[in-house]
Design a protein around this ligand. Structure first.
Ligand code: HEC
Length: 136
C-alpha cells in the first residue's frame, strides 16, 4: 500500500513537471504576438479615448489606419512613428510613456495596418529605421 502511494505521488510529480516544462516552452514560443498584445492593451488604455478602438479617429483626432495613415506615414520608418508618438502623444500627457511601451503600441498599430515585419519590433533606433512602413 505504502509503496503504491509513493509511486502514485511520483507519477503525479512527474506529470506536473512535464506540464510546467510545456507551459514554459509555450510561453516563450510567440514573442511577437506577446508584444502586439501588450501594445493593444496599452493602446486601448492610453490612446483609444481619442483615436478610437477602431483606430479610425474622430472629427478632432486623426485616424491611425486607412488613407490618412498611409498618406502621412508610407515611406517613413517605424522609428519616425515611435519618435512622433514618444514626443507628442498621448496629446493630454506627452512624454508619459516608456520607450518600450511606445514600441509595443507601434508594433500593434503596424500589425493592425498589415505592415510586414518579422518578430518583435526592436527598441534600438537604428534597427527601427530599417522597418519601413509599407503596404503588404
Ligand atoms: C487626448 C486625445 C488624444 C490621445 C489620448 C492620444 N492622441 Fe494621438 N492625436 C490626437 C490629436 C488631436 C492629434 C492631431 C494633432 C497632433 O498631431 O498633435 C493626434 C495625432 C496623433 C498621431 C499623428 C497622426 C498623423 O497621421 O499625423 C499619432 C501617430 C498619434 N496621435 C498616436 C497616438 C497614440 C499612439 C496615442 C496613445 C499613446 C495617442 N495618440 C493618444 C489626440 C490624442
Amino acid at each position: 500500500m505504502n509503496r503504491f502511494r509513493f509511486l502514485a505521488i511520483a507519477a503525479l510529480v512527474g506529470w506536473c513537471s512535464a506540464f510546467a516544462a510545456l507551459g514554459a516552452q509555450g510561453g516563450g514560443a510567440a514573442p511577437a504576438e506577446d508584444q502586439q498584445a501588450r501594445g493593444k492593451t496599452l493602446y486601448v488604455d492610453k490612446c483609444a479615448s481619442c483615436h478610437q478602438e477602431s483606430l479610425k479617429g474622430t472629427t478632432e483626432t486623426p485616424p491611425l489606419t486607412g488613407d490618412t495613415f498611409w498618406g502621412n506615414w508610407e515611406t517613413y520608418s517605424a522609428n519616425n512613428l515611435v519618435e512622433q508618438i514618444r514626443t507628442t502623444m498621448p496629446e493630454d500627457n506627452p512624454g508619459s510613456l516608456m520607450r518600450q511601451e511606445v514600441v509595443d503600441i507601434v508594433a500593434y498599430v503596424l500589425k493592425f495596418n498589415e505592415v510586414p515585419f518579422d518578430g518583435d519590433l526592436p527598441m534600438d533606433a537604428d534597427a527601427l529605421k530599417k522597418v519601413s512602413i509599407k503596404k503588404k
